[in-house]
Design a protein around this ligand. Structure first.
Ligand code: FE
Length: 344
């Protein structure tokens, strides 16, 4: 788009998440959606790299014939099979679909940081696979070979196809609703539901002092993911304020139906991937946990809860809170926050 020579400044109040009349997406300041700037700064302060976490203990346990049961190995590999491609799918959504249509420069700025974090997560899984000497071809192809992982990946990919289309544009009622629906799927379903049974498996292992290096990485990933989820929710709620006409009764019901479908897919994944249950968590427990977090996602965007169940894995909340507090810089040599140690 050519730049126009003008003395006129864009009106920051006209700035919107999508369809901003002020379409100048390269002027970061003055900002309107300051929440995005806060997430950007939080992301930078949380910066971490997988290779700084030792995998020695995990490698020893993986090689030992007695440290892990067959079920534990199977569960670990299965959740890796989901993880290894899920963050690449998330990155594709951000870079190739959402970024294009978002007209808030500050939201675009955070999306760049988020995209980089998705890359770091994919790197973390690659690092686990490589350190443990797993068959990378098998693990990375599991989203095509393993039926329940395929169901999750294909739900997201198929759903978002529409806004990947090069002819897709926001600006009319139907397209704007479609965009908002896609945002709900990416933030609430992919970032907010589909990772959570797999997180539970890794944190259950961690509680038994198993695969602790991998688990530590998962905790950093969960900390990043909770920011991605919260940012997505803030964007959804801001679009609701900026374009309230989109939030019809029909549309709300569409989102509720999607959440029900996602809960079924995720519960089905846990039930079939771990048919004997896992470390005290059985299929009913997984379903209840997925229902519990789904209700929390719904209420954050002002929709009625659907399941009304208690958290059957209260230790998961503790682990998530712990990972939020975890101060990477207290335990690491590399201090990104300080930086500037280069000698010229
Ligand atoms: Fe993410």
């Amino acid at each position: 788009m050519p730049i126009e020579f003008t003395y006129e400044r864009p009106d920051v109040n006209a700035r919107k998440i999508i369809n901003g009349e002020d379409q100048d997406v390269v002027q970061l300041e003055p900002m309107k959606h300051t929440f995005a700037w806060d997430y950007y700064n939080t992301g930078n302060a949380n910066h971490w790299l997988p290779t700084e976490i030792g995998m020695q203990k995990d490698v020893e346990q993986w090689k030992s014939p007695t440290a892990l049961t067959e079920d534990e190995r199977h569960a670990f590999e299965t959740v890796l099979g989901f993880f290894t491609t899920a963050d690449s799918i998330a990155a594709n959504n951000i870079v190739m679909a959402f970024y294009n249509h978002i007209t808030s420069p500050e939201c675009r700025l955070y999306l760049l940081r988020q995209a980089y974090e998705e890359a770091i997560h994919t790197h973390a899984y690659q690092y686990m696979v490589e350190s443990l000497g797993l068959d990378s071809g098998r693990i990375f192809n599991m989203y095509r070979e393993h039926e329940q992982i395929y169901d999750k990946a294909s739900f997201i990919v198929t759903f978002n196809e529409g806004i990947f289309d090069k002819d897709f544009q926001t600006g009319d009622f139907e397209s704007d609703q479609k965009f908002l629906e896609n945002l709900c799927v990416a933030a609430l379903v992919l970032e907010g539901i589909f990772f959570y049974s797999a997180f539970a498996v890794i944190l259950a292992l961690q509680q038994q002092n198993k695969m602790v290096g991998s688990a530590e990485q998962i905790q950093y990933i969960m900390r990043d993911e909770s920011n991605h989820l919260n940012f997505g929710i803030d964007m959804i709620n801001t679009i609701k304020e900026e374009q309230p006409e989109l939030w019809t009764e029909d549309f709300q019901q569409r989102i509720i139906n999607i959440i029900h479908e996602a809960v079924d897919i995720e519960s089905n994944f846990a039930a079939n991937a771990f048919p004997k249950g896992f470390m005290g968590m059985n299929a009913a427990g997984f379903r209840q946990y997925v229902e519990y977090i789904a209700d929390r996602r719904l209420s954050r965007i002002g929709l009625p809860v659907q399941f009304n169940v208690n958290n059957p894995f209260p230790w998961m909340s503790e682990a998530i809170d712990l990972s939020k507090e975890k101060n990477f810089f207290e335990t690491r040599v590399t201090e990104y926050q300080v930086g500037g140690t280069l000698d010229w």
